[in-house]
Design a binder for this molecule. Sequence first.
Ligand code: PHE
Ligand code: FE
Length: 291
Amino acid sequence: MSDFEHVFEKPPEGAAADWTIPQNWRAYTEVEHQTWDTLYARQMNILPGRAADVFLRGLEALDLNTGGIPDFGLMNAKLQALTGWTVVCVPGLVPDEVFFDHLANRRFPSGQFIRKPDQLDSLQEPDIFHDVFGHVPMLTDPDFAAYMQAYGQGGQRAAGLGMLPNLARLYWYTVEFGLVQDPDGLRIYGAGIVSSATESVFALEDSSPNRLGFELERVMRTLYRIDDFQQVYFVIDSIEQLKRETLQDFGPIYQRQNGAEAIAIDAILPTDKVYTRGTQAYAGKGGRFAA
Ligand code: PHE
Ligand code: FE
């Protein structure tokens, strides 16, 4: 999504017309492979009991812990057999229409680089650990796989209608920062959470953020923050619910939302199903808000 700067206007040198670049797996250094292993081990200490079952099963199915950065050739063989998705490398953030076109064709664009060992927790742009560890396990689930493809198709439409901010909020509060009510309790499945050691704990256990039931139109009107932990997380009942609700025609929703005011990031509405009424103690330090 275009919440980061440095989006190029045309494919940079060395990239194909669809903006993809080779992974060039052999060129990763020992230090880069070790960075992957460190991040992987760190998350595996935190995620059992916190990450959604569907995420943990997907991670296992992909077998990404064989030592170092996954080789996309091997990973894609497994992923494609499961849901028809593949992962392609791109040179950083790509324009919205390129991103949507990849998703609509069941291709997930991933960064090729990995963060530096002295910056394990700060990311200017999504790297291969965020993109692969965070996003790809969910793509092994047939319902989530269908949701992501439909999102790509829906993106083209929303862009044409000037409704991208509304659709982007849906992505943000599900794909990146979603929570799900599993049989054993609240769990995390959003890639931005499960790939972050600190937010994995904060999103579930901190008393600051609100945790509210997912309601499609409500979510599509809610502002979000891109600079820090979220102030509100939305809880789905199941991935199947997410797929079912988003299959509907968004035309009437866009009509209602066109020109409608956005909902404040810390608002709790009378219609909300409240899992946690947060103190918002952590927030309030200022920060940038996406429209
Ligand atoms: N159903 C949406 C539409 O009609 C498309 C969509 C599907 C959007 C899934 C997001 C996720 O535009
Ligand atoms: Fe992401």
